[in-house]
Design a protein around this ligand. Structure first.
Ligand SMILES: Cc1cc2nc3c(=O)[nH]c(=O)nc-3n(C[C@H](O)[C@H](O)[C@H](O)COP(=O)(O)O)c2cc1C
Length: 331
């Protein structure tokens, strides 16, 4: 694998180094997963999942599963799901109190209820509304302000260019592009070449996202897209060590403390203890199931582990079933 010169993205007072970013994922990108990823290292910027800008001002960071955070989870970007312009200032003021390191605006979520209520990728159809959101947000914060988009509803180069340049002109500091159209599923190969087009239009850093599931994918995506950095989503839950591997193989960073051969069952156990020790009881089971869905892919018969977790009625039951599964694997 060829080493790319060590790269840092600097946004205002934030250094993203290496330029490898965890993707916001509802139900997955929370404190327990972030702490697990940090155990391995190699990630330059962590994130929350999308946070409803409307609800955020009233959320209690001590018990909200979206906001629970340990001091070492840094730097941390908070992603906002904004539906109305009047939600922006109170939400950002709350993020200042929470000591967010960076703020991202969700402009790519295709979930029907998000689109219907005017957030996520529906914003890409309303450039005026989107730019107004950015204008208000930019006036309200000096933190790095970023946005995450898909390629749009259909492939329309002119429309996409106007949208991206508009975001840059209004003060977005970095743009992440999930290289799929709004309706396209994860089965479809992402269009990394379209990220190269976006990159050619902008001066701000452009981050490539979508379909990076291995070090090889990361290298290929960087080559095709020419992006300034990469954002990894599902693979971070499947292989929480992926950032470390990419940073080693692609950015040539090797000064991590050696982790002596680790066991998958121990990694799972670490995640489970972060979850059970820090989250309110009623917020644990769904998150354990969601993580297990992805992590189970590391095992030959991982679907068995995923099914056992899926049908468990309590966290205790899910963890006992997982222990049985791991014991079976060890035989
Ligand atoms: C379970 C799940 C939840 C997601 N939630 C969000 C979200 O809250 N905000 C967002 O911008 N994208 C969200 N996404 C999209 C991811 O951030 C990312 O763009 C997508 O998974 C493609 O990257 P990947 O191939 O590396 O997973 C979600 C994706 C998944 C699988």
């Amino acid at each position: 694998m060829q080493h790319t010169a060590f790269a840092t993205i600097s946004l205002r007072r934030l250094d993203i180094s290496p330029p490898l970013i965890l993707a916001p994922m509802a139900g997955l990108t929370h404190s327990a997963l972030r702490c697990l990823i940090l155990k391995f290292g190699g990630v330059g910027l962590l994130t929350t999942e999308m946070l409803s800008a409307k609800g955020l001002p009233n959320d209690n960071p001590k018990i909200s599963p979206f906001l629970i955070r340990k001091p070492h989870e840094k730097p941390l970007s908070h992603q906002l799901l904004i539906r109305n312009s009047n939600e922006i200032i109170p939400a950002i003021e709350k993020l200042h109190l929470l000591q967010a390191d960076s703020i991202d605006i969700n402009m790519g979520c295709p979930a029907p209820d998000v689109k219907r209520t005017g957030g996520g990728c529906s914003l890409m159809d309303d450039i005026e509304k989107s730019l107004n959101f950015v204008k208000i947000a930019r006036k309200t914060t000096n933190l790095p302000l970023t946005a995450k988009i898909r390629l749009g509803k259909e492939l329309n180069e002119q429309k996409l260019m106007n949208f991206c340049k508009g975001l840059e002109n209004e003060g977005i500091d970095m743009l992440t592009v999930h290289a799929r159209l709004a309706h396209e599923s994860f089965d479809r190969m992402p269009r990394w070449d379209w990220i190269a087009r976006v990159k050619s239009w902008l001066k701000i850093p452009v981050i490539a996202n979508g379909g990076i599931l291995s070090v090889e994918d990361a290298a290929k995506c960087l080559k095709i897209s020419g992006a300034d950095g990469l954002m990894v989503g599902r693979a971070a839950a499947m292989k929480p060590w992926i950032f470390r591997d990419i940073s080693r193989e692609i950015y040539g960073i090797s000064n991590y403390a050696e982790i002596s051969a680790f066991k998958l069952s121990e990694i799972y156990g670490f995640f489970a203890s972060e979850l059970t020790e820090n989250f309110p009881p009623e917020r644990q089971l769904g998150r354990l199931k969601e993580f297990t869905h992805y992590f189970s892919r590391n095992f030959h018969f991982g679907h068995v582990l995923a099914m056992k977790a899926q049908s468990a009625l309590t966290v205790k039951e899910a963890l006992e079933r997982a222990d049985e599964f791991f014991a079976g694997c060890a035989k």
